[in-house]
Design a protein around this ligand. Structure first.
Ligand code: ISE
Length: 336
């Protein structure tokens, strides 16, 4: 039967997910739209057939036609929404970050552990991107030999108002943190942040770009250029260096054009476009698994581990020091 989904939060990602569930995804439909801004929720719900508008996530979850929850509210609102979903025994797709800090993530992990089964897929969409999937398969198949380093770059055109320096780690580099853990199959143990002279385009109070160095338990090293006001486009790239070869993704995304004596392509301008296919695959996989009564993909443990690395990263960013990551023991629910 069709999965009735409550979408919590109708900002950039929330409204894109509503459109996706409505137009792209099969087997699901939006039955509830939640936003703290009542008019906004009503405006989105009105464009859908049979969707009700709510200002309170828990009230939406109590509705009989809600079978699952997609949380796309700002990070600080995730914990309460996740715990409410658990209380209503509803499966969840939760946008990243799972929670803004590891303490909150641990509370969510404890609550899920009490349920005794996985309930949450975390929205680390890189894991559903075709290029990342191919790199993961190559590494897992041993095609590059043992991986030694990852060189990552993550560039945004500009930051929205209110974007803080900590958000460069918590909202942006968190993607590379998850991707590195996933690609290498290892936990990250330490973080160092270097700051070159800032770009003149960086807003007040934001030292942009930065170079983030991650060390893993097995001795691999990952460098991440994070440049959130680069001005020219949205670029995400990753080069894996192994003992027997290298592989690089993200260079030429989209169309390669030769015309009028020139060759070239275009640079995507935002993540909604660059990762459109990944978001589609992520949500479809969530809907399919949920309808089978299963949960797969990145889970609460991955959200927690990423938050723990981010916490160390924010400290490294503020102090200039190399900061070790403190990680709780992996629970049995996640193979510990
Ligand atoms: C944003 O929240 C995202 O998740 C994007 O993928 C990332 O590129 C951007 O830097 C973040 O602010």
């Amino acid at each position: 039967s069709t999965l009735g989904v409550a979408v919590v939060g109708t900002g950039r990602m929330g409204s894109d997910h509503v459109r996706r569930l409505d137009e792209v995804i099969s087997g699901a439909r939006v039955t509830a739209v939640v936003d703290v801004d009542a008019e906004r929720a009503k405006g989105v719900a009105r464009r859908l057939q049979g969707a009700a508008a709510y200002t309170d996530a828990a009230a939406a979850m109590a509705a009989p036609d809600v079978d699952a929850v997609l949380i796309a509210s700002p990070g600080p609102a995730h914990e309460a929404a996740l715990l409410a979903a658990f209380a209503h025994d509803l499966p969840v797709l939760c946008e990243k970050p799972l929670t803004p800090d590891p303490a909150a993530a641990l509370r969510v992990l404890a609550a899920e552990t009490r349920l005794g089964r996985r309930r949450v897929q975390v929205g680390f969409m890189r894991r559903y991107d075709a290029e990342y999937l191919r790199l993961k398969a190559l590494l897992d198949g041993g095609g590059l030999g043992r991986p030694l380093m990852l060189h990552c770059r993550h560039r945004n055109v500009a930051t929205p108002p209110g974007f803080t320096e900590q958000m460069m780690i918590n909202d942006s580099v968190v993607h590379e943190i998850d991707a590195a853990r996933w690609l290498l199959g290892e936990e990250i143990t330490a973080v160092t942040v270097l700051k070159p002279r800032p770009s003149e385009n960086a807003p007040e109070g934001l030292s942009d770009p930065q170079l983030v160095l991650l060390e893993t338990a097995g001795g691999a090293v990952v460098d991440v250029e994070i440049f959130v006001n680069c001005g020219f486009g949205y670029q995400v790239g990753c080069e894996a260096v192994g003992e027997r070869g290298t592989a690089r993704l993200g260079d030429a995304h989209g169309l390669y054009v030769t015309a009028a004596g020139r060759w070239g392509g275009e640079v995507a301008q935002d993540y909604v476009t660059r990762f459109e296919d990944a978001y589609d695959r992520q949500v479809q996989r969530w809907v399919d698994a949920t309808r089978r009564g299963e949960t797969e993909g990145p889970g609460v443990w991955d959200g927690y581990a990423a938050a723990a690395v981010c916490e160390a990263g924010v400290r490294a960013q503020a102090t200039g020091a190399r900061v070790a990551v403190e990680l709780a023991a992996r629970p049995a629910l996640y193979g510990g």
